[in-house]
Design a protein around this ligand. Structure first.
Ligand code: NAI
Length: 455
């Protein structure tokens, strides 16, 4: 499906400062120097350069061995001055904060050798209220380390963490799935974030190039923007697509449906029977439904002092009430509950950090996060998962309308010094919808380049 892979261009400023005169000028003037990010290309290797696995535990040893199956050049000791593709820091048996010193200084001494667009990934355990204070302090210390380290990395390199629930091994299918996601170009705009692996998860896919082969997926709000990118990415990964949008967007929706060789369903998701309509379409055309991506969303910004009922109610209706109603229908239907169902919902960093003029929108997007956390147990009963993705500043028609100066500031306010692409959100959703993420549920993963707002 060559026509599905869009060429992804960096914004004009990033292109200008990436080489030659522009690069020198930015360096001399101390201007931000965003890197051109390495995006996922199924034809390219997972990561180029050796992968250094640090850590002295059994979990570290097992993980290093498991990575050999991916034909990676795995090292347990660094060779000074030799470029590294990634550093994986396994900290799965911490009992006291003093134990952090040695592995972190070892990692630190290799950071200068990390390649452009390289990766640092920590693997650790969750801190919990019922642990010894020293254990919880050590484990939660990793949170501070990773978030700071991600801010120190340059040249498109990112730092992210995997938190393994008690009893989940470092080589569990979903631990490896999360690691592969973080190492690959799929996570280009994910930085300074953690994914919690709650259970071992399903098998790794037989074909990493088509991890969604045989799956049927619905994407709402797919006529344009992030939704259209999600549809293209899921199709590239092998899924059959049902694309949903309002009748007014019918022409664009038909265009996307043709492009992904899927079917279009013109539907306002706020209709009482939206869930039933989606299920009926899926059953009739494909006989089942495996993946639902709640992407459709609207903004109707106003300061709360000026907010009218129409703005408030419409945002709540589309962004959260419709999702709740559709999920109820899904969870009552054999069409969806046949085999390991996955729901991924699009939240927003506004729902985490808040945003002036967006009390209605933030209520709806924080609502999505609440819904996802509470629904995890309902999906678990059927071997399924539900997660949210919270995009930061993404280059879309919506953000192109922001006045130039505000937009320029907004897109640089993150560790990668640039806006993300709709494809970055789509890649993250495709991963969370895959079997490799079968042990990951109730998570909220930000796709924001480590935006300075919120956590
Ligand atoms: P967009 O406005 O370009 O696309 C949204 C699509 O949803 C449109 O095609 C629209 O027709 C459809 N839609 C709206 N109401 C609908 C309804 N009642 N029924 C069916 N379809 C409906 O928006 P964009 O930028 O692609 O955003 C997609 C999602 O990402 C939204 O949930 C948005 O809140 C979220 N988001 C976007 C960010 C950005 O920077 N663009 C940042 C954070 C979150």
């Amino acid at each position: 499906m060559a026509n599905l892979s869009r060429s992804i261009k960096a914004d004009k400023y990033t292109q200008f400062v990436s080489h030659g005169f522009g690069k020198d000028l930015a360096k001399n003037l101390g201007l931000p120097q965003p890197a051109v990010l390495r995006r996922f290309d199924p034809a390219q290797p997972l990561i180029s350069g050796p992968v250094l696995v640090l850590g002295s535990t059994e979990g570290a040893e097992q993980l290093a061995s498991a990575l050999l199956d991916w034909k990676l050049d795995v090292r347990r000791v660094a060779t000074p001055k030799q470029k590294l593709g990634a550093i994986i820091l396994v900290l799965d048996e911490l009992a006291d904060p003093t134990e952090l010193s040695e592995p972190l200084r070892t990692a630190g001494s290799s950071l200068r050798d990390l390649s452009s667009n390289g990766r640092v990934v920590t693997v650790s355990r969750p801190a919990a209220a019922d642990q010894e204070p020293a254990v919880a302090a050590a484990r939660h210390g990793v949170d501070g380390i990773l978030r700071s380290l991600a801010k120190e990395l340059r040249a498109g390199a990112t730092g992210n963490g995997i938190v393994l629930a008690e009893g989940v091994s470092t080589t569990a299918p979903s631990a490896l799935g999360a690691l592969r996601f973080f190492l690959s170009g799929r996570s280009a705009f994910v930085d300074g974030q953690f994914l919690t692996v709650t259970s071992e998860g399903g098998a790794q896919p037989a074909d990493w190039a088509h991890p969604l082969a045989g799956k049927v997926a619905v994407v709402t709000g797919a006529a344009r923007g992030i939704g259209a990118a999600i549809a293209r990415t899921l199709a590239r990964d092998g899924a059959q697509l049902i694309v949903v949008d309002v009748p007014q967007a019918g022409d664009h929706l038909a265009g996307v449906a043709n492009e992904v060789h899927g079917t279009a369903l013109q539907l306002d998701i706020t209709r009482e029977d939206a869930g039933e309509r989606i299920l009926a379409h899926a059953e009739e055309r494909y006989g089942k439904l495996d993946i639902v991506v709640h992407n459709a969303g609207i903004t109707r910004d106003k300061l709360l002092a000026n907010m009218d009922q129409g703005r408030w109610d419409s945002v709540i209706a589309v962004n959260i009430a419709a999702q709740l109603r559709i999920n109820q229908a899904l969870l009552a239907s054999k069409v969806f509950l046949g085999e390991r169902p996955h729901i991924v919902s699009v939240a927003s960093t506004s729902g985490i950090a808040g945003n002036r003029g967006q009390t209605n929108y933030a209520a709806s997007k924080a609502g999505v996060i609440g819904m996802v956390r509470s629904s995890a147990r309902l999906l678990a009963e059927h071997g399924g998962t539900i997660n949210a993705v919270a995009p930061g500043f993404i280059e879309t028609d919506m953000t192109a309308k922001i006045p130039f100066a505000t937009r320029e500031v907004a897109r640089r306010l993150n560790s990668l010094l640039q806006g993300g692409r709709p494809e970055d959100v789509a890649e993250t959703i495709a991963f969370l919808a895959s079997e490799a993420a079968g042990g990951i549920t109730g998570n909220v993963l930000r796709v924001c380049g480590q935006n300075m707002v919120g956590q």
